[in-house]
Design a protein around this ligand. Structure first.
Ligand code: FMN
Length: 319
């Protein structure tokens, strides 16, 4: 793809410093954002991130890095998974990502270590104290994640008040995340001063994602009111997610328990939940999605989604 005038209008100092044509990053979504999506986002001029979620492992990361082929990509890890999975961080560093993001933890001693390997660092923050802590640790770019966002994250502030507050104190570039799924929302965060947008839900159902078929259909069918913030799935599976990081998911029979009287104490067992996840039964299994899910109507290539968003944003910002 060649660079267009719109690309130049949207570029920020941060996106230019990474050699991106557009200031768009795909969020590292475990089980969804693999090497194929990262390569597609790279080809569209953005930064593609390979995500390792709760089930992240060295073998899966190696597979997805290979799937990214000869493209530039970033990698995102979950803090507690990095601690449990020996070798995961070393594998990520060895892959030479353009950006390494580790979120959902309080220990930021990995930041100087990763920077010493010549790799830029990112982490998601949810308030001003969190932004200060990350900056003090030497982070290269802050990702402010509003409570509208899909997947795990603190249910604290909506994106605009959070972005406003963090931009006030930020000494490093700030990426905006949470509910960005159109040219309008992209234009809004860039106009506010964000260095770029970090898109999860908006790219989760892209043609190149790893999202299973029923989860993809559920995303297409959902409107923006069809999500809920919950810890129920992590509790049932006994995963060590810190309770301050619940997940925003599509509502289903587990999040709306009155619809399934057979669930003892309003919950499935871990066995039932795991079987549902394996068989892509989205009436029980979690589907991570943010409030922007209502904007997804078709399965499209990532490039089509990004090009449309950027063209619309450029037009709005040019008015
Ligand atoms: C399907 C899905 C999976 C996600 N998995 C991860 C993950 O593994 N690691 C991570 O740091 N964030 C993950 N997130 C959260 C994103 O990094 C980001 O905060 C969020 O997607 C932004 O909001 P949006 O979904 O409205 O774009 C996930 C989000 C979604 C939608």
């Amino acid at each position: 793809m060649t660079s267009t005038p719109q690309d130049h209008r949207l570029a920020t100092p941060w996106s230019r410093s990474l050699g991106l044509r557009v200031p768009v990053v795909n969020a590292p979504m475990g089980g969804v954002a693999g090497g194929r999506l990262a390569a597609a986002v790279d080809a569209a001029g953005g930064l593609g991130m390979i995500g390792m979620g709760s089930a992240g492992s060295v073998a899966t990361l190696e597979r997805e890095v290979a799937a990214a082929g000869d493209t530039a990509f970033g990698i995102g890890l979950v803090d507690w998974v990095r601690e449990h999975e020996t070798g995961l961080l070393a594998t990520a560093i060895a892959a030479g990502p353009r950006l390494l993001s580790i979120s959902f933890g309080t220990d930021l001693t990995w930041v100087p270590m990763v920077r010493a390997a010549g790799i830029r660092t990112a982490t998601q923050v949810y308030d001003v104290p969190g932004a200060h802590r990350a900056q003090d640790a030497g982070i290269d770019v802050l990702v402010v994640r509003g409570s509208e966002g899909g997947g795990h994250g603190a249910d604290r502030l909506a994106l605009l008040p959070l972005l406003d507050a963090v931009l006030e104190i930020a000494s490093v570039p700030v990426l905006a995340a949470g509910g960005i799924g159109s040219g309008r929302s992209l234009a809004a965060v860039l106009a506010a001063g964000a260095a770029g947008a970090w898109l999860g839900t908006g790219l989760a159902a892209a043609e190149e994602s790893l999202l299973p078929e029923n989860a993809r259909r559920a995303m297409l069918a959902a409107d923006s009111t069809h999500t809920v913030v919950t810890t129920v799935f992590d509790e049932v599976l006994d995963l060590p997610w810190p309770p301050i990081y619940p997940a925003r998911v599509l509502r289903n029979d587990v999040t709306d328990p009155w619809s399934r009287p057979e669930f003892d104490e309003e919950r499935p067992t871990a066995e039932v939940l795991r079987a549902a996840m394996d068989s892509d039964d989205v009436t029980i299994a979690p589907v991570d999605a943010g409030q922007g899910v209502g904007l997804i109507r078709h399965v499209e290539p990532a490039a089509t989604i990004i090009e449309r968003m950027c063209a619309d944003a450029a037009e709005l910002l040019g008015r």
